[in-house]
Design a protein around this ligand. Sequence first.
Ligand code: ZN
Length: 403
Amino acid sequence: MNIITATFIYKDGKFLENMAIAFEDKIKEIEEVEKLQRKYPNTKVYEYKDAVLYPGFINMHTHLEFSANRATLKLGDFMLWLDSVIRYREELVNEVLNNQEFIFEAINQMLLSGVTTFGAISSFGIDLQACLKTPQRVIYFNEVIGSSPAMIDVLFNDFKQRLQESIKYNSSNFHPAIAIHSPYSVHPVLLREVLKIAKEQKFLVSAHFLESKYEREWLEEAKGAFKDFFEKYFSTNKPVTNINEFLNAFNDIPTMFTHCVQANEKEIEYINKYEHSIIHCPRSNRFLSCGKLAIDGIKNLLLGTDGLSSNNSLSILEEMQAALMMHYEKNLQEMAKKLIDAVTVNGAKALKMPIGKIEKEYFADFTILSLPKINDKNDIALYSILSNKQAKALFVGGKAIIA
Ligand SMILES: [Zn+2]
């Protein structure tokens, strides 16, 4: 047994004082500090002064296979960016294949910023070994893509192989899962088959959805920049699905939809109704000039850094700072709390795993942040985000990774 205590412990939306947690790999007791010390007299006590202890942070969306990108890909416009991805994808992926350090560095950036669990979208499987070696928990989203009917079989088989390979390593730290690339890039037949697997074998599912205005234009009217793109690369001028048909396919599988920047109120309502979640990636959306997610009506809001393909770091603290700036019209303190919940308790809800909460029998995943002297408890979440470039300490499954 170990004991951990900090000036404040974030539990059930409140910042508790004079409290401590007794833990092994999981949380065993949450009690007053003195009570736990009396009960376990010879136990190691981790004590963090001028600090706040949170459930370990969850970065729900990243692409590690693009970790070699620094300034190769074109920012500023989604279509220009996508064009540059097609053009330089092989080059970037080869860099990572030749030097896995790119991926380890990216994972370490997340770790230092307090991330104890991350969702990795894997398109090729070349991030698998790194994801198995990291001390963090990984939701490993094997991605499926393929809009052209002639290619469905080949791409479906490739997806199934990667999924099977990842299943071998299933553990409490490594969770194989499924990602659907997007409505414009996955044929409805392929989507149906993959979701059948997800439902039967109870995999978590994630999908990019309505990221850019071009995507909506293409799905609704078969025109715009995506028309040129599909004519150029796929010799087709019709989308394979529409927005409603795509959304309907997920009715019985609670899914994490990434971006949704261009979703309208009705679509957000629909997403809420079917118990889906939305992963907000503020910096990526800004860097690709996709717009700003309307966060107000969202029932379960999550946060992601996206990959280094469309971001300048994988720090979840920097992502939260950026979100505070992006949503400038929101009440500052409330927005800070919303962001903390997006990387903790809301993540737990979407993942249906015993993480993201300070609660008995939940995993002892902790993110400890420094806190300057504050006068108003209502400011704790805000200064947690503003005053830290790195986490002060971090525990995964009861093990001190940074102490
Ligand atoms: Zn993505």
